[in-house]
Design a protein around this ligand. Structure first.
Ligand code: PLP
Length: 248
């Protein structure tokens, strides 16, 4: 007997590249008018979607993909071209830090670092893997004040950012990231909070603010996020179609 698998929306051939193109136009249109200091990076969030759909986006020129689950990333990455930049955007358990670095040489960024312990494990893994480059790190900030397990409190961002910046030679502090909680919808206050956190980190660590990225904005709010300074938007369902079960 085949196991029951929830029906998964799979876009017809051609749909992904079309949707991707439309999202890119929207990103560029907003970015052109917003005061962003660097090109906005589109992370195509491909969780739960089959590699064929990722390949279609790749063939259309997309190179940055985001995945939420370690196991899924470990399965998909080897089936896809090696010049993809993978962003890990899900909750990363400490005991998976080593595996993800060791197995994915083209892991570009972990956007969800929320503890010194995790930063240290990633740093150690990069050193052990003898990478000739650093792993980009976003400190995940809980900007909504919800009782959420994930993301550090705005008050604690500076100390973690400082740790990554000064104590972890294998890591680059790329910037800060937030997810709207609990329904994944961000409000302007969340984006503003992330901006404020960046100002503090930049000032205290002596880094120009424009050198610290903001990862915020998803399908429902990426244009607003760019207007409010996002340089890294994470867009899934608008490109790849709805996910049929709750797997935010
Ligand atoms: C799933 C997910 C996204 C993409 O969400 P969409 O609403 O499908 O664009 C972005 N960021 C994170 C952290 C996610 O888990």
């Amino acid at each position: 007997m085949q196991p029951e698998v929830p029906p998964q929306a799979v876009r017809e051939s051609g749909m992904v590249s079309k949707a991707l193109g439309e999202v890119l136009v929207r990103v560029q249109n907003v970015a052109a008018h917003a005061a962003v200091s660097r090109p906005v990076r589109l992370v195509a969030v491909s969780k739960t979607k089959p590699v064929e759909m990722l390949q279609e986006a790749y063939d259309a020129g997309q190179r940055v993909f985001g995945e939420n689950y370690v196991q899924e990333l470990l399965e998909k990455a080897p089936q896809l071209p090696g010049d993809i930049s993978w962003h890990f955007i899900g909750h990363l358990q400490s005991n998976k830090a080593k595996a993800i670095v060791k197995s994915i040489p083209n892991l570009q960024a972990v956007e969800t670092v929320d503890s010194v312990k995790l930063a240290n494990l990633l740093d150690k893994a990069v050193t052990e893997a003898e990478w000739q480059r650093k792993l980009n790190i976003f400190v995940q900030v809980n900007t909504s004040g919800e009782e959420s397990k994930f993301g550090v409190d705005p008050a604690d961002v500076l100390s973690l950012a400082r740790h990554v910046h000064t104590e972890c030679p294998g890591l680059t502090l790329s910037g800060l990231m937030t997810i709207g909680m609990p329904d994944y919808t961000s409000r302007p206050e969340n984006f503003e909070c992330l901006n404020n956190c960046r100002s503090t980190v930049a000032e205290e660590l002596g880094i120009p603010a424009q050198d610290l990225e903001l990862s915020m904005g998803m399908s429902g709010d990426f244009e607003q996020a760019i207007e409010m300074g996002s340089t890294n938007v994470r867009v899934g369902s608008t490109i790849f179609g709805a996910r049929n079960y709750s797997n935010k």
